[in-house]
Design a binder for this molecule. Structure first.
Ligand SMILES: Cc1ncc(COP(=O)(O)O)c(C=O)c1O
Length: 480
């Protein structure tokens, strides 16, 4: 039975109420980030079976409300678990309207407005990176942007590969720091270089790549008979938010003939801030840049941009000219479907364009600067508290720290039992998660567990930070 216009109207009004309440409650500090439940308990509660006969829309909407109630409020100021957090209402509107328009980004004729919008966004992002002749494409995530950059580099260095595949003697090698995102190694494996073709370059004490080590790694790979052709400098590493020195990496890349990719999926937003853009000095020398608006520009997942310094490289890498899709029309040269590894592609441009209209460059600059202020405040608090220790001096917008139980506070780091310290911190983090007061993540840094705070939420206050560290101390002492 057809759904009537009045029914859709009622449904969307109800959906708008649900969404508004949810977004508002995400910012309510008295609400838990999540009412934590184990998978079996949640399964029993939600009743996710699919029906044989359809149910009234009213009931379906009521279900949706329940699902949101049991989800994680990722917009909560004390949600530090991922590299994304709050949402811009304008971006949410864009996401909804893109779903309503239900188009695909492959051709101008299917998506005229959104094609022009994506071009405009590309121009702007490229200009922020200093790419005068560049182009950009929106992708479903930084991992895809990184993979596409590597494929474009492969196409330039091994031009026969696209048609004939690799020759028996060709063994390409790529380089990224030991703290780079795993998508680089995975891309190397997908591209056919093998995980062994992805070489990890040592970092300094802040987690930034050491350019001299890059040079050594390139030399070693060449001695082994590999062909080095691609290096990824990370701007904002996943754990430490460290920035690799792009200028120095570009020098090595220039000398060795490597494609320089900058993975700024997380940290690219510093380009909005005159005070902090120096962290990416030299970015205009890169061949490509990944930058995820869905991480720090408050746009719902997915929204990742791949910026190319030279127009035409994406087309040269991906075009197959399928004639059932791309036609020889007057406007056909605006089709973007041959610039990507996808066929159908979501309209991610609308949400970013609308959010940008609402924020302006200035809004994004303020957010970056607020994040750096939050880092400074959080760092001071860690240093002031006896039970907490700083793991790294922060360079970007994450803070790495750990809890030190009283009995080990006087013991130098190297003499503390690694396993016992690690389990105390992992256990503490579980307690925080279950309490709903704080969600943060962890990983091993220099062989020991470090807790990570992602400090990019624009509503984050000193009180939130104090509440966070209070909760950490309580959880560490086993009282949460
Ligand atoms: C530095 C960096 N690059 C790439 C990615 C991958 O991005 P996505 O999750 O959008 O695939 C991440 C994700 O956290 C990241 O931190």
């Amino acid at each position: 039975m057809a759904v009537l216009a009045s029914e859709i109207d009622t449904l969307l009004q109800r959906a708008a109420r649900i969404a508004a309440d949810y977004l508002e409650s995400s910012l309510d500090r008295d609400q838990p980030i999540v009412a934590w439940r184990a998978p079996e308990e949640l399964e029993a509660l939600l009743q996710l079976e699919l029906p044989r006969v359809g149910r009234p829309l009213d009931e379906v909407v009521a279900d949706a409300e329940t699902f949101l109630r049991h989800s994680v409020r990722t917009g909560h100021p004390r949600f530090f678990n991922q590299l994304f957090n709050h949402l811009d209402p304008a971006a949410v509107l864009g996401e909804w309207l893109a779903a309503v328009a239900n188009s695909s980004m492959y051709t101008y004729e299917a998506a005229p407005v959104f094609t022009l919008m994506e071009e405009k966004l590309g121009e702007k992002l490229c200009s922020l990176a200093g790419f005068d002749q560049g182009e950009a494409l929106l992708n479903p995530g930084g991992s895809v942007s990184n993979l596409m950059a590597m494929l474009a580099a492969r196409n330039r260095s091994f031009p026969r590969c696209r048609v004939d595949g690799f020759g028996p003697a060709e063994r390409p090698a790529v380089f990224a720091s030991e703290e780079a995102h795993y998508s680089i190694a995975r891309a190397a494996s997908i591209c056919g270089f093998g995980l062994r073709g992805a070489r990890a370059v040592p970092c300094d004490e802040h987690g930034a790549m050491v350019p001299a080590e890059l040079e050594r790694a390139v030399e070693r790979a060449a001695e082994e008979g590999l062909t080095p052709f691609f290096v990824c400098a990370t701007s904002g590493t996943t754990m430490a938010a460290a920035y690799d020195p792009i200028e120095a990496v570009a020098e090595v890349a220039g000398r060795r003939g490597l494609w320089l990719h900058v993975d700024a999926a997380y940290g690219g937003n510093v380009l909005f801030s005159p005070a902090h853009r120096g962290l990416m000095a030299g970015v205009e020398r890169a061949d490509s840049v990944s930058w995820n608006p869905h991480k720090t520009m408050a746009v719902p997942l997915h929204c990742s941009a791949l910026l190319m310094r030279d127009r035409g490289e994406l087309h040269a890498t991906f075009a197959t000219n399928a004639d059932y899709l791309f036609h020889d029309t007057d406007e056909g040269n605006r089709d973007r479907g041959d610039l990507t590894l996808q066929c159908g592609r979501r309209v991610d441009a609308l949400k970013l364009w609308l959010a940008w209209q609402a924020q302006g460059d200035e809004g994004y600059r303020r957010r970056v600067e607020h994040a750096f202020e939050s880092v400074a405040a959080a760092r001071r608090m860690v240093l002031e508290r006896d039970g907490l220790e700083l793991v790294r001096e922060p360079r970007g917008c994450n803070l790495l720290f750990r809890w030190v139980p009283e009995e080990w506070r006087a013991t130098p780091l190297a003499e503390r039992p690694v396993q016992a310290m690690d389990s105390v911190n992992v256990e503490l983090r579980e307690r925080l998660k279950r309490s709903g007061r704080v969600m943060l993540n962890y990983s091993r840094i220099d062989g020991r567990v470090a807790l990570r705070l992602v400090l990019t939420h624009p509503e984050l206050t000193a009180e939130d930070l104090a509440e966070t560290f209070d909760a950490v101390e309580l959880a560490g002492a086993g009282s949460l």
